[in-house]
Design a protein around this ligand. Structure first.
Ligand code: SF4
Ligand code: SF4
Length: 109
């Protein structure tokens, strides 16, 4: 339940940071890309891009060396599974300590 500016209740809730899709503190692993193995990065051209195509949250940007936006990554590992070059590894969050992006999202809530 939400509230309009005039104070009247409305049935729909307003989107907040969490509901907008930001990864919270629940992701247990993150994708780490090795540019030395990435076909696009090695060729310097926008080739392959399978990680971009398969990411269900559209948090990988196309490029000659795609970039992963961890703000929205849920750690599903699909990109790592689909990468034909084995350039993406899923690494447990515990090995990274506190995720700075996630911490910033928590402050914004
Ligand atoms: S799927 Fe793998 S090789 Fe292809 S662009 Fe993505 S990281 Fe590079
Ligand atoms: S782990 Fe899943 S959500 Fe994160 S970048 Fe890879 S495919 Fe996208």
């Amino acid at each position: 339940m939400g509230t309009r500016e005039c104070g009247s209740p409305i049935a729909m809730s307003r989107p907040s940071v969490g509901e907008a899709g930001l990864t919270g503190d629940w992701r247990n692993s993150r994708p780490v890309m090795d540019a030395a193995k990435c076909l696009a990065a090695k060729s310097g051209k926008v080739t392959c891009q399978l990680c971009w195509a398969y990411c269900p949250d559209a948090c990988i940007t196309q490029g000659a060396g795609p970039a992963i936006d961890l703000t929205y990554c849920k750690g599903c590992g699909i990109c790592a599974e689909e990468c034909p070059a084995g350039a993406i590894a899923m690494v447990p969050e515990a090995e990274h300590g506190t995720c700075e992006i996630d911490a910033a999202a928590e402050v914004a809530r």
